[in-house]
Design a binder for this molecule. Structure first.
Ligand code: SAM
Length: 232
């Protein structure tokens, strides 16, 4: 796979251009020259082989050589509703979820949440998604929704199987019970855990509790555990 660059909009012509940080990286860091080839994607499922036509100060012109639909998606749609940690742990969580094939993240605001992603923080999260998709070859972007409170989320219309990862109480322990499900939503709580009221709210809205084993996992480990066990 040649080096991948992200375009903000789908390609509709035989020529396109890169601007901003993508162009700067290609021109200044990699010292790209006309004639060299790169791969472009816009998150719409297509992958394009492109040849550099000209390298300007702030813009790189490219000609499209070929375009094809290339899916590196998991056959199962996994939506993770996560009470996100802060800082580097948040970035790590999002990057690994992209690599593991998670389709959607809903930032969950629970009573014990430490991060309430909105505005610039959400933009940063979406930037991590693009960086990670460039690296791992996904041509569809993991979608990051607006933040939602746990109470709202339990009562939202969500298709497919709905589970709350919770270390205590009765619940589902075997992932093979999910083998026939092609859409699964799993909620992961904050470092301090979901409150009893939140767990009761989820159960009365029809959510099933899910155990991930006898050890208490950090938020990001719980998210990776679920993704690694459910996604190809
Ligand atoms: N003491 C906290 C509690 O009361 O839940 C532990 C929270 S844990 C660090 C963060 C989140 O990861 C939990 O809310 C849960 O969603 C998930 N989690 C961690 N370990 C788990 C396990 N063994 N089984 C199921 N979920 C787990």
């Amino acid at each position: 796979m040649s080096r991948r660059y992200f375009l903000e909009a789908s390609i509709v012509d035989s020529k396109t251009h890169l601007a901003g940080d993508e162009a700067k990286h290609l021109a200044k860091v990699l010292r790209a020259r006309p004639g060299e080839q790169v791969t472009l994607f816009a998150g719409d499922g297509l992958e394009h082989l492109a040849q550099i036509l000209s390298v300007g100060k702030s813009q790189i012109e490219l000609g499209i050589l070929s375009s094809e639909e290339v899916s590196r998606e998991s056959p199962r749609f996994l939506r993770l509703a996560v009470a996100l940690p802060k800082g580097d742990r948040q970035r790590f969580l999002i990057e690994k979820c992209v690599e593991l094939g998670v389709s959607q993240i809903v930032p969950l605001v629970a009573a014990r949440s430490v991060a309430q992603p909105s505005g610039k923080a959400l933009q940063r999260c979406r930037r991590y998604v693009i960086e990670s998709a460039k690296q791992c070859g996904r041509n569809q972007l993991l979608r990051i929704d607006e933040a939602c409170t746990a109470e709202q989320f339990w009562n939202q219309e969500t298709t497919g199987r709905r589970l709350v990862a919770h270390p205590y109480g009765e619940g589902l322990t075997k992932f093979n019970a999910l083998s026939g499900e092609d859409e699964v939503t799993i909620a992961v709580g904050p470092e301090g855990g979901f409150t009893d009221d939140e767990i009761a709210g989820a159960q009365s809205a029809g959510w099933t509790l899910l155990h991930l084993g006898p050890r208490i996992l950090r938020v990001e480990t719980a998210a990776f555990c679920v993704a690694a066990r459910l996604l190809d």
